[in-house]
Design a protein around this ligand. Structure first.
Ligand code: ADP
Ligand code: MG
Ligand code: MG
Length: 328
């Protein structure tokens, strides 16, 4: 598989043990991603029939820097505490949360089901007919979410196509706050973090945005091996506009101090170029795709043009050594 392998663990094969409260309210349906992400599943709210997405979190797997004492929820994974408070059109909405009690009981983080659950990885893997305007529309929504986070001194720290979900109107939302951290102490102090030893800057996040944009536009990673990554040898597989080339070079600038900031992206003419949603239909962009019940990684294994993903957008440049493990 060309996806990040973080979630493929022995444990994801084990039977999931959910809390009683969760079980009484939701009916768990199929896994999203055919077992590769065994701990994210579709579910149905029993009373309303609404479909939701549930992330099962094993508390023993959450690293010590990734806990928060939440005023209403108590001691919870930071991921949960953050999602409970964040409110933005391009960030997934948390609907419910159930805290696992005993050792082998898992937490359930219930989220809205946005679209049919397709993430940007699958979208890109299906070779969409994208022009620059549509790419800019998708990208500017991620920029908007990240700008909101940075305004709260929050770093997502795992921005990549897998952690962005999309609906049929090309609206995207950021998910997976399992690696998030604060830039510095101060704002949001009500979070009363248990222990955050280091605070990192936003530059790495901008780099990740650059990798994500490059991948969206070209359908492949900007850097193919560690050496290329270290030397930042970026070559474009085909010509794009001068404005887009400059945005990519600005985001993937080797010197962090010269790299674009989120404010730069919010004011960038390419990122904010005119866009008319009425010019695009899902069918035209993905002609060979039909939605069906289960989603995300369904056809991952037999997709012909599996992308090479040696450097994930966030791990390139050796950034998040102090982050949380991704295998919940
Ligand atoms: P992990 O921390 O293991 O990477 P994620 O929270 O990223 O877990 O979820 C794994 C995958 O499940 C995502 O890449 C995405 O495909 C899918 N997914 C997660 N949350 C949602 C959601 N709310 N809606 C649709 N798909 C989701
Ligand atoms: Mg993820
Ligand atoms: Mg994660």
């Amino acid at each position: 598989s060309s996806r990040g392998a973080s979630s493929i663990t022995q444990e994801s094969c084990k039977e999931v043990e959910a809390t009683k409260d969760y079980e009484s309210k939701y009916e768990t349906l199929e896994s999203i991603g055919k077992g590769a992400f065994g701990f994210v599943k579709l579910a149905r709210q029993k009373q309303t029939g609404d479909h939701v997405v549930v992330k099962f979190i094993r508390r023993s797997k959450v690293l010590k820097d990734c806990w928060a004492e939440d005023a209403t929820l108590g001691l919870v994974p930071l991921e949960v505490s953050l999602l409970a408070k964040l409110k933005h059109p391009n960030i997934v909405t948390m609907i419910d949360y159930f805290k696992g009690g005993s050792e082998d009981e898992l937490d359930q983080l219930v989220m809205e089901k946005h679209g049919s659950g397709m993430d940007l990885f699958e979208f890109i893997d299906r070779s969409p007919n994208l022009d620059e305007a549509l790419a800019s529309y998708i990208f500017r929504q991620v920029v908007s979410a990240v700008s909101y986070l940075h305004s709260l001194d929050i770093l997502h720290r795992d921005i990549k196509d897998e952690n962005i979900i999309m609906n049929e109107q090309f609206q995207v939302k950021l998910i997976d706050f399992g690696s998030a951290a604060f830039m510095k102490p101060g704002k949001f102090s009500e979070y009363a973090l248990i222990s955050i030893h280091r605070y990192s800057g936003p530059e790495l996040e901008m780099w990740s945005l650059g990798v994500t944009l490059y991948t969206l536009v070209f359908g492949e990673n900007p850097f193919y091996d560690i050496e290329e990554t270290i030397n930042c040898v970026m070559s474009l597989p085909f010509d794009v506009s001068q404005d887009l080339t400059e945005v990519l070079e600005w985001l993937l600038c080797p010197l962090p101090e010269h790299r674009a900031t989120i404010g730069d992206m919010e004011g960038d003419p390419w990122v904010q170029q005119p866009f008319n949603l009425n010019d695009y239909t899902w069918k035209d962009v993905l002609p060979n795709f039909e939605f069906h019940g289960n989603t995300a990684a369904d056809n991952r294994e037999d997709t012909p043009d599996v992308k090479k993903r040696l450097c994930s957008s966030s791990s390139s440049f050796g950034g998040h050594d102090d982050g949380c493990r991704d295998d919940n």
